[in-house]
Write a protein that binds this ligand. Structure first.
Ligand SMILES: Nc1ncnc2c1ncn2[C@@H]1O[C@H](COP(=O)(O)OP(=O)(O)O)[C@@H](O)[C@H]1O
Ligand SMILES: [Mg+2]
Length: 147
């Protein structure tokens, strides 16, 4: 299957539990490339949790999420974090996709073209083309910004 075919995102038996509540319960669903899907359901049915898990913004309790065929679940905390960052970089460079990533990791951030910094709900500058050391130095500086 070519890279432009198949699923952009696939969830397989994804569950997300908050305490005793299952926000998602064994959801298997895929989003083919170039498709436009509406997710509907009553309030509390899991719509937001589904999107957050599909986007890698929330972590399933169990199950798997793949983006462009690359396993995302837990990947940024593991040795395969490199694989996910390489995938994101390729999506931008080869396919002109737009990627916004939230991270605490200066090494991961340095794979982006631009790093924007937030402090107390306000933008606090940005770096373009910065290496991990420069990003880390700026982060250290932000932690000492006076209130
Ligand atoms: N951060 C959270 N902590 C505890 N329970 C949550 C949290 N987020 C969602 N839930 C619960 O998960 C279920 C699904 O919520 P949600 O995904 O926000 O549904 P929807 O977007 O369809 O309204 C609800 O029962 C909600 O109360
Ligand atoms: Mg919602």
């Amino acid at each position: 299957m070519g890279r432009r075919d198949g699923d952009a995102v696939a969830l397989r038996r994804v569950s997300r539990r908050y305490g005793t509540v299952y926000a998602l319960d064994e959801v298997s669903l895929s989003f083919p490339r170039g498709s436009f899907t509406a997710v509907m359901g009553p309030s509390g049915s899991g719509k937001s949790t589904l999107l957050q898990c599909a986007a890698g913004l929330d972590r399933p309790t169990s199950g798997s999420v793949t983006v462009g065929g690359t396993e995302l679940t837990g990947a940024l905390d593991s040795r395969t974090g490199h694989e996910v960052l390489t995938l994101l970089r390729a999506m931008v460079d080869r396919e002109r996709q737009t990627v916004v990533m939230v991270t605490h990791d200066p090494v991961a951030a340095s794979r982006a073209d631009r790093v924007v910094f937030l402090v107390d709900g306000r933008l606090h500058g940005e770096l373009t083309g910065a290496g991990a050391d420069a990003v880390a130095a700026r982060m250290t500086g932000l932690e000492t910004v006076p209130c």
